[in-house]
Design a protein around this ligand. Structure first.
Ligand SMILES: NC(=O)c1ccc[n+]([C@@H]2O[C@H](COP(=O)([O-])OP(=O)(O)OC[C@H]3O[C@@H](n4cnc5c(N)ncnc54)[C@H](OP(=O)(O)O)[C@@H]3O)[C@@H](O)[C@H]2O)c1
Length: 341
């Protein structure tokens, strides 16, 4: 058993922060002192964790005194203001926000792909975007077979990707519609999400692509050490409470046998292959967000040739689903923290 570490969670009351607490307990992380930090709205709330009663503290620089590991689960602005203060006080930070992900001196890590990058951290390690993690975990073992040169991705992202306010809004809208009432003015999303799809996540970033869509390219290049990787991504918010889904087409430099691709996915860490269109139950035929929520693996199915690729042997298409609050955020961050032990 490793020596206990004093741990702080910044944004401990949100969707990711709450899940981090569960992951620390489930994975038996050696937690010494535990500090739960949030906004003035939550100060004084008491959270029960592993038989301890922990009071939520105000997120402020002095709250990081004596802390060894900080798990960041707040927004970009809060992360930028407070996390350098934690590093200055000697803590190592694993942050979930977008604030530091592309900084040259900050490793961006998915433990199944580039755990070695943790070694060159300077106090800050970034957790990638949730849709990027879910998409790259199964892309990586296929890349090792044939070297990925291009990805075409469509994401189907759950409401909980927008945190507690996103989940609450979808639940309220579904409830109101069920009762035959008017829905209120949407706040977490640009429009009504219940019974709808919203094909914009984030603001416009580059040539009509949104910030969320460009993360798949820019973060994917950094994590997989593929600076030339070409990515075309469309991100869509869907009325699913939890677990992102993605359709991904990969183009390879070298031919990749379909059987070898299935075999690689079946053996890959963090992946579960669910790919049998003849199976009796739908849940055994292909991954669906209903079944991939509240667990840590990325489920992959519908693995097939890209018949639109002029060289079919160099194109593979698949579908994947994963719980983005767990593997796309909290679990990935705790796995990184485990690498620090
Ligand atoms: N949700 C996901 O699937 C997901 C996945 C990957 C990454 N992320 C990233 O993880 C971070 C957290 O996301 P989330 O979905 O958990 O959001 P959330 O549910 O809205 O939670 C936000 C957390 O930040 C705290 N906070 C807000 N303003 C603060 C302030 N001024 N000072 C200190 N703390 C403050 C909140 O505390 P109060 O409760 O006191 O307001 C809450 O604990 C974001 O950067 C997000 O982009 C989210």
């Amino acid at each position: 058993m490793a020596e206990p570490k004093n741990v702080a969670i910044l944004g401990a009351t949100g969707a990711v922060g709450t899940q981090m607490l569960e992951c620390l307990a489930e994975r038996d992380f050696p937690v010494g002192d535990l500090h739960l930090l949030a906004s003035p709205r939550s100060v004084g709330k008491v959270v029960e964790w592993q038989g301890r009663k922990v009071e939520v503290e105000l997120a402020a620089p002095e709250a990081f005194e004596g802390v060894d590991i900080v798990l960041g689960a707040a927004g970009d602005d809060v992360a930028k203001e407070l996390l350098p203060e934690a590093v200055r006080r000697g803590a190592t930070v694993v942050d979930n926000s977008h604030a530091f992900r592309l900084d040259a001196d900050v490793p961006l890590v998915v433990p199944e792909i580039n755990p070695e990058d943790v070694a060159w951290n300077h106090g800050l390690i970034a957790n990638p975007n949730c849709a990027t993690i879910i998409g790259l975990v199964p892309t990586w073992p296929l890349h090792k077979l044939g070297h990925v040169t291009r990805m075409v991705v469509s994401t189907y992202q759950a409401a909980s990707g927008a945190g507690v306010p996103g989940m609450t809004e979808l639940e309220e809208q579904l409830g109101a519609l069920g009762r035959g009432e008017e829905i209120g003015v949407p706040k977490a999303f640009a429009d009504q999400l219940a019974n709808n799809l919203i094909p914009q996540i984030g603001s416009e970033k580059f040539a009509g692509y949104t910030s969320e869509e460009m993360k798949m390219q820019n973060e994917g290049r950094k994590i997989m050490h593929l600076p030339e990787l070409r990515v075309n991504c469309t991100c869509v918010r869907v009325p699913v409470l939890r677990s992102h889904s993605e359709s991904i087409t990969l183009e390879f430099a070298e031919p990749v046998e379909l059987d070898a691709a299935r075999e690689a996915l079946a053996c890959a860490p963090g992946v579960k292959l669910v790919d049998d269109l003849a199976a009796e139950k739908a849940c055994d035929r292909f991954p669906m967000p209903l079944y991939t929520s509240d667990q840590d693996l990325v489920w992959v199915g519908r693995v097939r040739r890209d018949i639109s690729n002029p060289d079919e042997a160099r194109g593979i298409t698949f579908w994947c689903c994963g719980d983005q609050i767990r593997k796309g955020a909290a679990t990935n961050a705790v796995q990184i923290a485990e690498l620090l032990l």
